[in-house]
Design a protein around this ligand. Sequence first.
Ligand code: WTA
Length: 645
Amino acid sequence: MAEDKVYPVDKERAAHSLINIDDYHRLYQQSIDQPDIFWAEQAEKFVGFFEPWSKVFDGEFAKAQVAWFKDAKLNVSWNCIDRHLPQRADQTAIIWEGDEPDSSLHITYRDLHQAVCRMANVLKARGVKKGDRVCIYMPMIPEAAYAMLACTRIGAVHSVVFGGFSPDAIRDRIQDSDCRTVITANQGVRGGKLIPLKHNVDKALEQCPDVHSVIVVKHTEADTGWHAERDVWYHEAISQVDDQCPAEVMDAEDALFILYTSGSTGKPKGVLHSTAGYLLQAAMSHKYIFDYHEGEVFWCTADVGWVTGHSYILYGPLCNGATTLMFEGVPTYPDASRFWQVIDKHHVNIFYTAPTALRALMSLGDEPVKSSSRASLRLLGSVGEPINPEAWEWYHKVVGEERCPIVDTWWQTETGSTMISPMAGVTDLKPGSATLPFFGVKPELLDAHGKVIQGAGKGNLVITQSWPSQIRTVFGDHQRCVDTYFKAYPGYYFTGDSARRDKDGYYWIIGRVDDVINVSGHRLGTAELESALVLHPKVAEAAVVGYPHDIKGNAVYAYVTLMTGIKDSDDLKKELIQFVADEIGAFAKPEIVQFAPGLPKTRSGKIMRRILRKIAANEIDHLGDTTTLAEPSVVDNLIEHRVNR
Ligand code: WTA
């Protein structure tokens, strides 16, 4: 069994790690038994405060009412920039690698300070104040980082919307958190393709009358529509403001950012993170898990539109004074060796990516990897979805040439930072296992009755006590936060994932048990996809499930019932797929659409997704109990017409 395969820590390398496995166990125990002492020490080590806290932790976990470092004062942009200026003004903070291989920039901490101050002053000049929400819809360019940090500098709350979202999705997010300012670029460029970001914003804002300012970075030469009273060019605006801007004094629990994520029901939720706890745990996990050493180049390939980009491109690394790489492009442009070429070009030491990218690259063979040296690489990371042992082995053997440990980091938008992961050079590895919990994280597995499973076993993954970077609320709807995460198992935070724990206490994440589909590491809610489909005038009803996919991990399978009298056709399938792309974003496109004259429902009218999942996965011999179906013949029809792959 894969479980039996262990890659022990290399002794020589362990000698250079920040801590060893005995330290891990000792510190872990302290973090659980005496969290106040543990976190106070870590906070002093990792974060600079303007004023100290009165209490390390206060609140009630079960009600999602928690405060960390109560009354302390600090500023995130100050921690990520100003604090480093005395020692590292000339050190590169951000290496930017553009879409084209000949475009890159080195931005020092001094440059970053100036750019962020200017952007902050532009926001102030447009009337943005502490507590205001600012929507950021940007390509992966340095200005995205400036924008996020500028918000934190003046205490505005950023809501980054991934550049792949459609105008409707942008509109919903702007409206939900009442953003009055948007920061965008005229166009994005990815894999040689142009993305009409400003155009999308213009469309979204047709229904957002309260937005008074759109700050536009001129990233390409293309023209864009213009609303003179509302739109400002970034390059013009920054030339009119000072390059000094004091960092606002923020409370430890002041809101830092909102990030929308899909859940099992309803519209995406605005997950809200606060200041001190988030920053501390992002920085600390970056340092310990990746064994980050002074001077190293760290590359996380995520987009800043997702939480991984927030915590491990920006806040964690910059809080630690690291050099972080930001990549605008895609792994296969101009060819499939791009990742490895970038590693050589910028002497990347630590590389952190998603299994879906690895599987896609693996399918293209070893040659593109072998065309590079990767001599600088010291360790590898994985995030976003379970990494299958085959992809793990390929990553280890071919990319890392068996000398780089792999840290498989399990976490969520809601957790803010990594919760279960090996620490490089500390933890013995097992391919496919996220291994052991991070400091302060106490996971448990619960059985179907909500009982704690002891020892080895499989169950629903919950967290039993508060951690500093935990979600504070769902923006504008605290009850939804309680209902979503703290209601299924009272007293516990429910992750939505199931997992297995082996005899060594190692965790193996299995996947979502709720109605969230993880497609290429992107979270999609079935409810969201279904609402998009039924908006189409020809669709009467839709049910969406995930099914296993070789490259994407999971893909979307949509069952669609058409309005009476509408004829199905391949063209209509294509139209519906495009319709979802327009409603949400291209990354949410269903892989498969099956027209269904009826959907399997219980007598009370509830769609039986369990059956739909089985049909989508081609597991028609194990449909399980179908006796509660209102009309059993519906299932026969679905099976007969299922889309074979
Ligand atoms: C999944 C991304 C297995 C999981 C940081 C989780 C993983 C969801 C892993 C959160 C991993 C993330 N192994 N599954 N290492 N990392 N997941 O909010 O299902 O975009 O609940 O955060 O991704 O996705 P999110």
